[in-house]
Write a protein that binds this ligand. Structure first.
Ligand SMILES: [Cu+2]
Length: 164
């Protein structure tokens, strides 16, 4: 008799446990349903940080699309202090194109947020060169991220990495 009782209570316990579990599950599903906004939005918003592909080095032709290219360089090998970055934009015929707007940000990839000054505009010289002073304030790894715009639209993005 006691054996039967034990078996009976075991079954009763299991059934009670299952019902409790199922109702908990149903509740959690309901709570999911009650917040439809939570599931409909993607976890990450893509396209917020634009990519800056590495460019060929200073003095080399960098294609920017539409058969045009740029050549960039510095007044001296980048070192501690201020270096002037120069960007020349050429038409497909090889003539200087000054119809662009050029901007660049610089910083240390290993110290994100420490040195970036935001996108700074290059100034167009009388010779048709785009010039921007870059402040190298620390030895280490540096990156310049450049953006070319035409009529307010981004035409090209590229980066140059170097060590100081
Ligand atoms: Cu630093």
């Amino acid at each position: 008799m006691t054996g039967m009782k034990g078996w009976f209570f075991s079954v009763l316990f299991l059934v009670a446990f299952s019902i409790a579990f199922l109702s908990l599950d149903a509740q959690s599903q309901q709570s999911h349903k009650s917040k439809p906004g939570m599931d409909s939005k993607p976890a990450s918003v893509t396209g917020q940080t634009p990519a800056y592909p590495s460019m060929p080095g200073p003095g080399k032709k960098v294609p920017i699309g539409n058969d045009q290219y740029i050549i960039y360089g510095f007044d001296k090998k980048p070192k501690l202090g201020t270096v002037i970055m120069k960007v020349e934009i050429f038409t497909k015929e090889g003539k200087k194109d000054t119809s662009f707007e050029v901007r660049a940000d610089s910083g240390m990839p290993s110290m994100k947020g420490a040195h970036e000054a935001g996108d700074q505009p290059f100034k167009l010289s009388k010779k048709g060169d785009y010039l921007l002073p870059i402040n190298i304030v620390m030895p280490g790894d540096w990156e310049i991220r450049m953006t070319l715009l035409k009529d307010g639209k981004v035409i090209f993005r590229g980066s140059y990495q170097f060590d100081v």
